[in-house]
Design a binder for this molecule. Structure first.
Ligand code: ADP
Ligand code: MG
Length: 227
């Protein structure tokens, strides 16, 4: 048992280290991208312009990986706390609004302060989990649509349904969700759902997915209700 404990502690240290490194790496990436952009605008020679554009794409890719994986991770360990899940969803819908607007997606979520659905977990992790799922839904609606989020209680559980009117998935795609590096996107990382699923699991929750190819997708999350 001791052996296993030490292993778990080491893993925790590694994950905190990775988190703080990714924070540090994000700033130089952003700065470099800014300068590349300036260079590209002034560049007249087509070949050089193309090299710069490749470099910008590669920087974007590195940023995507950090965003999907560790955006909200922090070098300081987090505490488990009781959270009103509607409040967290409300917060995350604000963060996602610019991306939704860019894709012509309306977000349908009504924050009702009276409805209190409490869950236990680490706030940043829960936010990361929701961001990754909302992002996928919005990205699935390239020609606009609606992202609907419903929150409710069922027995001893809190249910969150994330519904989009996007491209949908085949059964084969659904089966592969959560598998690292599985992506159907040109610039995808294939890490988003893996991270979300592991956070849900960590919060002792469950997730089920239903989808109609070319039409819609629903991610249904279930967390133990915290009284
Ligand atoms: P990425 O978004 O970088 O591709 P993810 O792990 O977040 O990686 O998602 C993996 C794949 O699952 C996506 O490439 C997409 O094919 C599929 N997917 C996830 N969510 C949805 C959704 N809401 N609608 C349609 N496809 C989805
Ligand atoms: Mg994703």
């Amino acid at each position: 048992v001791l052996q296993r404990l030490m292993k778990a502690e080491k893993l925790e240290i590694v994950s905190h280290l990775a988190a703080s490194i990714s924070h540090e790496v994000r700033n130089p990436l952003t700065a470099s991208r800014g300068f590349m952009q300036m260079l590209q605008e002034d560049e007249k020679e087509p070949a050089k312009k193309r090299y710069i554009s490749i470099a910008i794409n590669e920087l974007d890719r590195a940023k995507e990986i950090i965003d999907d994986y560790l955006l909200f991770a922090n070098s300081a360990p987090e505490r488990n706390e009781k959270m009103n899940i509607s409040e967290e969803i409300h917060h995350v819908t604000h963060i996602m609004t610019p991306l939704a607007n860019m894709n012509g997606v309306a977000i349908d979520f009504t924050f009702d302060e009276e409805v209190k659905c409490f869950v236990m977990g680490e706030r940043r992790k829960l936010q990361q989990c929701l961001i990754n799922l909302f992002k996928n839904s919005i990205e699935a609606m390239q020609n606009g649509g609606t992202l609907t989020i419903k929150v409710g209680k069922e027995g001893g559980a809190v249910i969150v349904d994330i519904i989009d009117t996007g491209c949908g998935m085949t059964q084969e795609q659904i089966n592969r969700l959560g598998e690292p590096y599985f992506t159907t996107k040109e610039k995808g990382t294939g890490l988003g759902t893996m991270v979300s699923f592991s956070i849900i699991h960590y919060m002792k929750g469950k997730v089920s997915v239903s989808s109609v190819k070319g039409k819609e997708t629903c991610f249904s999350l279930e967390f133990p209700l915290c009284e």
